[in-house]
Design a protein around this ligand. Structure first.
Ligand code: HEC
Length: 105
């Protein structure tokens, strides 16, 4: 009786993690990054603006993560390290970056 129940439980837990990870990036973005990236303030590429993101996405996620985590001075403006939200973990900043990329393709 116990065996058939196991795969269902495993699937549910996996699904829960998947949906939490998705929501997290968006939530983190909306709780901070949106301040600059929502309207394109101070040279920040506006999320959803495919043209503004195409050449950034083309350089690869590794560099984008690096820039989001450590900050960088580009030709458009200054991206502060973690957007200035230093309480965020590296994983949270990466999740927000993933969300921004997905929303700007
Ligand atoms: C104070 C304004 C500001 C905030 C807040 C901010 N950013 Fe940025 N961000 C910028 C600017 C400006 C650029 C573009 C710099 C350039 O290319 O000259 C940028 C660029 C980026 C890029 C593109 C990197 C690349 O390699 O082209 C990513 C990814 C990014 N930000 C992620 C984030 C995340 C994630 C957050 C929230 C945790 C965040 N930003 C919050 C200003 C901001």
């Amino acid at each position: 009786m116990r065996l058939p129940v196991m795969p269902v439980v495993v699937l549910c837990v996996a699904g829960l993690f998947a949906s939490t990870a998705m929501a997290d990036g968006e939530t983190i973005y909306n709780s901070g990054c949106v301040a600059c990236h929502g309207a394109g303030i101070a040279g920040a590429p506006r999320v959803g603006d495919k043209e503004a993101w195409a050449h950034r996405i083309a350089q690869g996620k590794k560099i984008m993560y690096e820039h989001a985590l450590k900050g960088f001075q580009g030709t458009a403006g200054v991206m502060p390290a973690k957007g200035g939200f230093t309480h965020l973990s590296d994983e949270e900043v990466k999740a927000a970056t993933d969300f921004m990329i997905e929303a700007s393709k």
